[in-house]
Design a protein around this ligand. Sequence first.
Ligand code: 5AD
Ligand code: SF4
Length: 422
Amino acid sequence: MNVHETEKLYALFEFSGISQADGAEDADIIIFNTCCVREGAETRVIGNLGIIKKLKEKKPSLIVAVCGCMTQQQAVAEKLHKRCPFINIITGTYKLSRLPEMVKRIESGEKYIFDLELDLTVPCGINVAKRSDNVNNFVNIMYGCNNFCTYCIVPYVKGRERSRRKGDIIEEVRQLINGGCKEITLLGQNVNSYNDGDNDFYTLLNEISDIEGDFWIKFMTSHPKDLSDKVIDLIAEKDRLAHYIHLPLQSGSDRILALMNRKYDIAAYMKKIDRIKKKMPDAGLTSDIIVGFPTETEEDYLLTEKAVRQVQYNNLFTFIYSKRSGTPAAIMEGQVPEETKKERIARLISVQAEIANKKAAECIGKTYKVLCDSRDGKTLTGKTSDDRVIVFESEDKDLYNKFVNVKVTNVKNSKLYGKAVK
Ligand code: 5AD
Ligand code: SF4
């Protein structure tokens, strides 16, 4: 999401006659588009600001702005201002469209802008973005979240759910496809609860999949409680919908899921997984897991391992529980010691590595439709419909942004290698 917000920022600045610099040393304006979902992201920003301080000492005219979710938290923004008084602009999550104007104000002599009001309007029309010319392009369908999982800061820094109008989304997708784009990822904190007042996610997805052209649609993120059977069946039925579903489980323990306020239990989650597998035996599944949520015992952790083995994900995004100030879980009794969290995540990563290796080995000899994303023509890479990366050989090197059939010939760890076939 932040990658796409930054693409929009580049487009906005280009309208104001400001172009992208090659690196921090060449820049007249440096903007940090931050994330606060876990502590690590915040620590990185603080570290980077230390480097920028030195640049600013050498070039006092340098304008430094910090925006995004991290600075949407009042207390964090104030602390940042005290610690780094050289920052010229501190603003929040949805203020991107105002940044060029704020920069102009600083250029005209204003010393400092501090504006944290959360903009909850839904942009009308097409989002203008300087696409990074990747094969995959992002399209927002909704903003914010209503779920209030007890560990998560997102609802506080991004506000309640609001959806873009279906017509605007379809038009944006159509323009991208007409411009040659082959893969679009629809973005939302919880895409399955998309609703613009007249249309739900099923209707949106169905209409997008009927647009003429040779392309794939992927989307993220799905909340297990909202992913409907109707949507699963639609993905199975329509060629343009990629067979890839990212379905965050978070924990394999019903007790922890309840404490997390996830509103599903393992039985309900597995029922969805079974339906996906039944309708699409070739579906690629990935997930997010948090280890070390408050009160998580060894037994709870082992239930997560069990669930991971049962689903057999292609890939897993594993996170150590990170205390986020202002969320209910941050003040829960029974915080798990850092050492235990680290030890559990290491075990989970090795369980998943074993699964990924086994699943990759099963691909040998199979042929996949692959969207090539390498431009240099030396090492050809691409992605499959189930979102696996594949490295392949081909006599034809001019394959960037083209679909090609690739037969998997060998695997190294969980990485797939193959050859283009007719
Ligand atoms: N600690 C650890 N992981 C978190 N996530 C969200 N909040 C936290 C937190 N406080 C993870 C969840 C979510 C992913 C985007 O980030 O797994 O699905
Ligand atoms: Fe956070 Fe839960 Fe919303 Fe995802 S669904 S953004 S984890 S509150």
